[in-house]
Design a protein around this ligand. Structure first.
Ligand code: ADP
Ligand code: MG
Length: 262
């Protein structure tokens, strides 16, 4: 009880306030609110086209928003102060803010001509200015954590989809992001490879990493997420502790979704 209260009172690591995003006439996000506290794991569920990818892409500054505001560690995302005025980020400013977030996509997008090790060390060395030896040491540590110690010198084409996604997760974690965003990390995988990737994400959650995970894996959401968010048509319809979300859905839309998906 006390613990719950302290958590609620701590300020959010990520805050999304009344965010809107239009694609032409379509409101892909229509006033979305979301708060994610340190070490929280939030699962985002909902039917195809409900705005889940758009939400995480806006947070990661891959899409610009049309209204509302987003804060990471209290800093306004997408804008910066310049001579006493607030202006949209320059490209350098955008890269600086993006460095504090890690993103894992459905398609792992590893660089095919680089070894696993270089895929993981490239950003820390080139973007974050980490010394190559230190980046290498950290990458090897992370590879051990995702169970791929023996693949450091392999090329992506020699790995299974599940192994490639575990490398992509290590790559996202390597620069020590404040938050990790996942957009359906297991949707491109053969069913028999899904478990190993979910297990990796679960292990990462147990280390206290703050995460927003868009997923269709209901059992995973129930097992790993602290909170579940249900979206339809660009709206957050329910945002509840995971146990209640599944056992006592409030809206007909969520009840129907859970019935169809399980
Ligand atoms: P989800 O990830 O929940 O399946 P998306 O966020 O991908 O949903 O899409 C939300 C809505 O926005 C959908 O109707 C989709 O067709 C539309 N949309 C997404 N990206 C674009 C884009 N780049 N241009 C136009 N429409 C888009
Ligand atoms: Mg999507």
């Amino acid at each position: 009880m006390n613990e719950a209260r302290t958590t609620a009172e701590r300020s959010p690591l990520l805050e999304v306030v009344n965010v809107t995003k239009q694609f032409g006439d379509l409101a892909a996000l229509d006033g979305v609110n979301l708060a994610v506290h340190p070490s929280e794991v939030v699962a985002v569920l909902g039917p195809s086209g409900s705005g889940k990818s758009t939400l995480v892409r806006c947070i990661d500054l891959l899409e610009s928003i049309d209204g509302g505001a987003m804060y990471l560690d209290g800093e306004l995302l997408g804008y910066e102060e310049h001579r006493g005025h607030v202006r949209p980020l320059t490209e350098a400013g955008r890269e600086r803010q993006r460095r504090r977030m890690g993103m894992v996509f459905q398609q792992f997008n590893l660089f095919p001509h680089w070894t696993v090790l270089r895929n993981i060390t490239e950003a820390p060395v080139r973007v974050h200015g980490v010394a190559p030896a230190a980046a290498r040491e950290r990458a090897l540590e992370l590879l051990e954590k995702v169970g791929l110690s023996d693949k450091a010198d392999a090329y992506p084409r020699h790995l299974s989809g599940g192994q490639q996604q575990r490398v992509a997760i290590a790559r996202a974690v390597a620069p020590n992001p404040r938050i990790l965003l996942f957009d359906e990390p297991t949707s491109a995988l053969d069913p028999e490879l899904v478990g190993e990737v979910l297990q990796t994400i679960k292990a990462l959650a147990a280390t206290g990493m703050t995460m927003v995970v868009v997923t269709h894996e209901l059992d995973f959401a129930r097992d790993v997420a602290d909170r579940c968010v249900f979206m339809t048509d660009g709206h957050v319809v329910e945002d509840r502790p995971a146990a209640e979300f599944f056992s006592a859905p409030r809206s007909d839309r969520l009840r129907g979704f859970l019935a169809r998906s399980s």
